[in-house]
Design a protein around this ligand. Sequence first.
Ligand SMILES: NC(=O)c1ccc[n+]([C@@H]2O[C@H](COP(=O)([O-])OP(=O)(O)OC[C@H]3O[C@@H](n4cnc5c(N)ncnc54)[C@H](OP(=O)(O)O)[C@@H]3O)[C@@H](O)[C@H]2O)c1
Length: 392
Amino acid sequence: MNRVLIIGAGGVGGVVAHKCARAPEVFHEICLASRTLEKCRRIAVELPRPIRVARVDADRTPDVVRLIRSFRPNLVIHVALPYQDLAIMDACLATGVDYLDTANYEPPDKAKFEYKWQWAYRGRFRRKGIMGLLGCGFDPGATNVFCAYALKHFFDEIHTVDIMDCNAGQHGHPFATNFNPEINIREITQRGRYWEKGRWVETEPLSVHRSFDFPEIGPREMYLMYHEELESLVRHLPGLRRIRFWMTFSQEYLTHLRVLQNVGMTRIDPVLYEGRPVVPLKFLKAVLPEPSSLGPNYRGKTNIGCLIEGVRKGRRKKVYIYNVCDHAACYREVKAQAISYTTGVPAMIGARLMLTGQWRGRGVFNVEEFDPDPFMERMNLDGLPWVVKTLR
Ligand SMILES: NC(=O)c1ccc[n+]([C@@H]2O[C@H](COP(=O)([O-])OP(=O)(O)OC[C@H]3O[C@@H](n4cnc5c(N)ncnc54)[C@H](OP(=O)(O)O)[C@@H]3O)[C@@H](O)[C@H]2O)c1
């Protein structure tokens, strides 16, 4: 009997719940838990079969332990916020339950994206005989699997990777973020960083950009950023010489972001307002649209993929692997926009592979450490079909 506990009832949590509910042969019982119980209930009534719902503050390990002891899941799928990663991993350790997430831990008072805090759990997870799977969304997640698939089937050695994330959708709001506004803005306002010839190279935020002609979308300006999958792929792709991450933004989005930064609304340190400490970015999150509310009017497509170069049998080779996702089609299927969808579906696939024993291990892993084939096969079956273009 497989029982899965989903923590987080936002845009991504809703997609995971929908997709797990439609696969009763693997996910026999489901509990959706979040800080606001009403949000769990709202998702639960849309599902094709009954699930349990619960309120939990996942920043508090004892509360998560209590919930795990009462529901007795085999796996916790954590799709709340990265701040809760370590508290939930501690609860999994205390109860001997497997763990999966889509974003690496960030300390709330410093926007810092590193796997070191979670990789430090490897020994403890191994000794407890449980598995932790990190970064199993789309990027990180499917993009790591694309690299592992390319290495397995197309290359003897991969030399360069460019991960390119394009959202060409229109949601009708002057400014909104496609996943949690606080986490999203912390990520985008960081200095850029890529890895080349064995060292990290830093750039001014969003200062390096170029145009790329995305299939099914057309040319879009994309900006170099740091993204967490670079850290694990540098470790796991032997022979790698350079890896970069790019994301597209519209001029409208960048102008709003610049104004918000200039007036101090993206600050993450508390300021005193009428005698009370207020974090400007948290207040900004409270007035921006929720990612889960963007779906009904979203039009257009996303294209996320990896442009990979290397050698096979002594010859240079270039391959582009990508997925295109349509916002309106996602909404028709699971009442969510494509960013929530492209994150939630890979999380469900990772959970399925863990529960069916196709991906197993003791310790803490990144997705590219496992056989990419069953994951790629499931992407085609579960709504994220991919394309491989051989360019050289
Ligand atoms: N790998 C990828 O490709 C990828 C892409 C996009 C997003 N992500 C990750 O997915 C996360 C979720 O994104 P989203 O769009 O679903 O965000 P969201 O809509 O803001 O949802 C976050 C959910 O987590 C809940 N939550 C927050 N703190 C909690 C706590 N202490 N205890 C219990 N629940 C808590 C929130 O509850 P309340 O409603 O009560 O605040 C909300 O339901 C993002 O933060 C990001 O890290 C990964």
